[in-house]
Design a protein around this ligand. Structure first.
Ligand code: NDP
Length: 444
C-alpha cells in the first residue's frame, strides 16, 4: 500500500467520529500524493504525514456562565494548536451549537495550508465553543466570553497563538474576549485580531475575507480569459464573509442576486442591496425575512435554494458542506463558470469532483478565503509596530496577497501536470512551505 493510503487508513480509524476532519485530510493528502510519492521512503521513515495530521496540542475546557435568569449554563471550549512550523498558531474562534472537536480539528488542519499560502509567517490553529450567541443578550454574551477567556488565556499570546473571529464571533465577541484577556494578564498586546479600531484593530479587517475572495475570483477568471464585470453571481450566507463579498462583487461590476441565512434565502433580481442587508444582519441581527420588507421585488424562500438560481459565478460563504452533488449538477446545468469558496469547505468532495470534471473553475476555501487571516496577520504587524495603516494601504496589501495566491496555486498545479486543478495547486503550494519548515526543524 502506498504511504499516503496507509496514513489515510490510520487517520480514518483514529478519527472515526470526526467525518469533517477525515474529509479535509483526504482532500489534502490526495492532492499532495504526487509530491509524497516522489520521496516516499523518506516521508515514511520520518512519519511525516502522521505528524502533519496530528495536532501539536488540543485543549478542551469547561465554560460555565450565568444567564440573565440566574441559571448556570455550561458549554465546552476548544483550542486546537495544529501546526507551528512557520509561525505562531493563528486561526479563528467559532461559536455555534454544531461545534465539536471534529469541526475545530478540520478547520485547524485547513488553516495550516491557508496560512502558508498567504506567504506570511503564521502557523495554523482554530478554536471555539458549542455556545450559540443567537438569541442571547449582550450581557449573556459578555459573561460567556469572559468565562471562555478565563481558561483560554493560559494558552495564547502575541507570539504564541493569536485567535480571531469566525462564525458567531464578530467585533462584539472579540471586544469582550480582549477585555478579559487584558484584565487577567495586565498585558495590552495583539493577542486577538479583529479588534475594534479604538483598541488595536486594523482598518479593512472586517471587509478582508469577502474582498479577498473577490480579488482572487477576478484574477482567476482573468487567467482563464473571463471578465468578472457584467456577470451574475449567487452568494450563500449573510454574515461577515457574504456581506463584503457581495459589496466587492458589485463594486467590480458584477450583479449578485442571492444571499441566505440558516433559515431561508433571498432572490433579488435587482441585485442584493448591501445597506439593507447590513441593517438586517449587522444592526438588527434579524432574519432575512426582514430584507424583503424594504425590497418588494425580492423573493424570500424558506430552507435552502440559492444554487437553483442561474448564475455565472457561485460563491458559497455560509458554512461547511452546504453545496452538495445535486447543487453542483444544477449549477453545471445552468452554465455556471466558476465556484470560489468563501466559507471553509462548503463544497462536498463529490460536488467538487463533479464541478471539476465539468470544467467549472473551482477555487478552494483555503486559497479563496485566505484574505481574512492575511489581514489578521497585517493587524499583528501593526500591533507590533504600534502603528495603524490606512484603509487603502491595508486593502492594497490584501489585493496583492490574493493576486499572488492566485498565481501561486495556478503555477503549482501546472508544475505537477494538473493545470487548472486549483484544489491540487492550493494544497501543494501550501504544503511545500510547511514541509520545508518541518523538515528543517527536525522531529518535533
Ligand atoms: P457569520 O457568523 O458572520 O455568518 C455565517 C452565515 O452563514 C450566516 O448568514 C449564518 O446564518 C449562515 N450559517 C451559519 N451556519 C449555518 C448552517 N449550519 N446552515 C446554514 N447557514 C448557516 O460567519 P462568517 O461570515 O465569518 O463565516 C462564514 C464562513 O466563512 C465560515 O465557513 C467561516 O469559517 C469562513 N471564514 C470566515 C472568515 C472570516 O474572516 N470571518 C475567514 C475565512 C473563512 P444566520 O445569519 O442565520 O446565523
Amino acid at each position: 500500500m502506498s504511504y499516503v493510503d496507509e496514513v489515510l487508513e490510520k487517520v480514518k480509524q483514529k478519527n472515526a467520529a470526526e467525518p469533517e476532519f477525515i474529509q479535509a485530510v483526504s482532500e489534502v493528502l490526495e492532492s499532495i500524493r504526487v509530491v509524497i510519492e516522489a520521496d516516499e521512503d523518506e516521508y515514511r521513515r520520518t512519519a511525516f504525514l502522521e505528524r502533519l495530521t496530528e495536532p501539536e496540542r488540543q485543549i478542551k475546557f469547561r465554560v460555565p456562565w450565568v444567564d440573565d435568569k440566574g441559571q448556570v449554563q455550561v458549554n465546552t471550549g476548544y483550542r486546537i494548536q495544529f501546526n507551528s512550523a512557520i509561525g505562531p498558531y493563528k486561526g479563528g474562534l467559532r461559536f455555534h451549537p454544531s461545534v465539536y472537536q471534529g469541526i475545530i480539528k478540520f478547520l485547524g488542519f485547513e488553516q495550516v495550508f491557508k496560512n502558508s499560502l498567504t506567504g506570511l509567517p503564521i502557523g495554523g490553529g482554530k478554536g471555539g465553543s458549542d455556545f450559540d450567541p443567537k438569541g442571547k443578550s449582550d450581557n449573556e454574551v459578555m459573561r460567556f466570553c469572559q468565562s471562555f477567556m478565563t481558561e483560554l488565556y493560559k494558552y495564547i499570546g502575541k507570539d504564541e497563538d493569536v485567535p480571531a473571529g469566525d462564525i458567531g464571533v464578530g467585533g462584539r465577541e472579540i471586544g469582550y474576549l480582549y477585555g478579559q484577556y487584558k484584565r487577567i494578564t495586565n498585558l495590552y498586546e495583539g493577542v486577538l485580531t479583529g479588534k475594534g479600531l479604538t483598541f488595536g484593530g486594523s482598518l479593512a479587517r472586517t471587509e478582508a475575507t469577502g474582498y479577498g475572495l473577490l480579488y482572487l475570483t477576478e484574477e482567476l477568471l482573468k487567467i482563464n480569459g473571463i471578465e468578472l464585470a457584467g456577470k451574475t453571481v449567487c452568494v450563500s450566507g449573510a454574515g461577515n464573509v457574504a456581506i463584503y463579498a457581495i459589496q466587492k462583487a458589485e463594486q467590480l461590476g458584477a450583479k449578485v442576486v442571492t444571499c441566505s441565512d440558516s433559515t431561508g434565502w433571498i432572490y433579488d433580481p435587482d441585485g442584493i442591496d448591501v445597506p439593507t442587508l447590513q441593517e438586517v444582519k449587522e444592526v438588527k441581527r434579524a432574519r432575512l425575512t426582514e430584507y424583503q420588507t424594504t425590497r418588494p421585488n425580492a423573493e424570500y424562500h424558506e430552507g435552502k435554494g440559492v444554487w437553483t438560481i442561474k448564475c455565472d459565478v457561485a460563491l458559497p460563504c455560509a458554512t461547511q458542506n452546504e453545496l452538495g452533488i445535486e447543487d453542483a449538477k444544477t449549477l453545471v446545468a445552468n452554465g455556471c463558470l466558476a465556484v470560489c469558496e468563501g466559507a471553509n469547505m462548503p463544497t462536498t468532495l463529490e460536488a467538487t469532483k463533479y464541478l471539476q470534471d465539468n470544467k467549472v473553475i473551482f477555487a478552494p476555501g483555503k486559497a479563496a478565503n485566505a484574505g481574512g487571516v492575511a489581514t489578521s496577520a497585517l493587524e499583528m504587524s501593526q500591533n507590533s509596530e504600534r502603528l495603524s495603516w490606512t484603509f487603502e494601504e491595508v486593502d492594497a496589501k490584501l489585493k496583492n496577497i490574493m493576486v499572488n495566491i492566485t498565481h501561486n496555486i495556478d503555477a503549482a498545479a501546472k508544475k505537477y501536470g494538473m493545470e487548472g486543478n486549483y484544489v491540487a495547486g492550493a494544497n501543494i503550494a501550501g504544503f511545500e512551505k510547511v514541509a520545508q519548515a518541518m523538515k528543517a526543524q527536525g522531529i518535533v
